[in-house]
Write a protein of this length. Structure first.
Length: 174
């Protein structure tokens, strides 16, 4: 299923989330099971199925990582459930530095400053990765798709790292 087609949006990494939300509400009004209360059982089941598809499409397109994964899947590169890691040595070294910094938070003289620095560092890196990712996603070259998959893997790692930082910050505040 091409969720961009479902929502009548161009296939692009940058999505107008306000327009997406409007189209989501419009689609929900047309397929919601309540509209089919007096319909046959088959029509009711179809309405439930369509509603689930619309919900999944909305969740996919509103999340940048899931949207990029969907764009790659449309090109035949499905990385949504894989466990492959990035082989970029510089990125692996940076991961180790970030993990060490996360472990230092509880022992730091100024943990709040360290947390702020890490948020900044994560954000800067995610912007760099996203800038590299965008042109790769619209390419017609299979090698670019594989490179895009590596950029998405980096973003997925960063999302997990960001959650760890949030947990460390919450633990510090408790």
């Amino acid at each position: 299923m091409n969720y961009f087609e479902l929502f009548n949006l161009p296939v692009a990494f940058d999505v107008n989330t306000s327009e997406l939300a409007d189209k989501y509400r419009e689609l929900q009004r047309t397929v919601h099971p309540d509209k089919f209360a007096a319909a046959s059982e088959q029509e009711k089941l179809l309405a439930v199925s369509r509603t689930a598809m619309v919900n999944d499409g909305f969740q996919t397109l509103k999340d940048p990582i899931r949207r990029a994964e969907h764009m790659l899947a449309l090109k035949g590169v499905d990385i949504r459930h894989e466990t492959q890691t990035v082989r970029d040595t510089a990125f692996l070294m940076q991961q180790m530095e970030w993990r060490e910094a996360l472990e230092e938070i509880t022992h730091a003289d100024d943990p709040h400053s360290l947390i702020a620095d890490l948020y900044q560092s994560f954000g800067d890196f995610q912007k760099q990765v996203t800038a590299k990712l965008k042109p790769l996603l619209v390419s017609d070259d299979n090698n670019d798709w594989q490179a895009a998959a590596d950029q998405v893997r980096k973003l997925k790692f960063m999302a997990k790292l960001h959650l760890e930082l949030e947990r460390a910050e919450d633990a510090l505040l408790d």
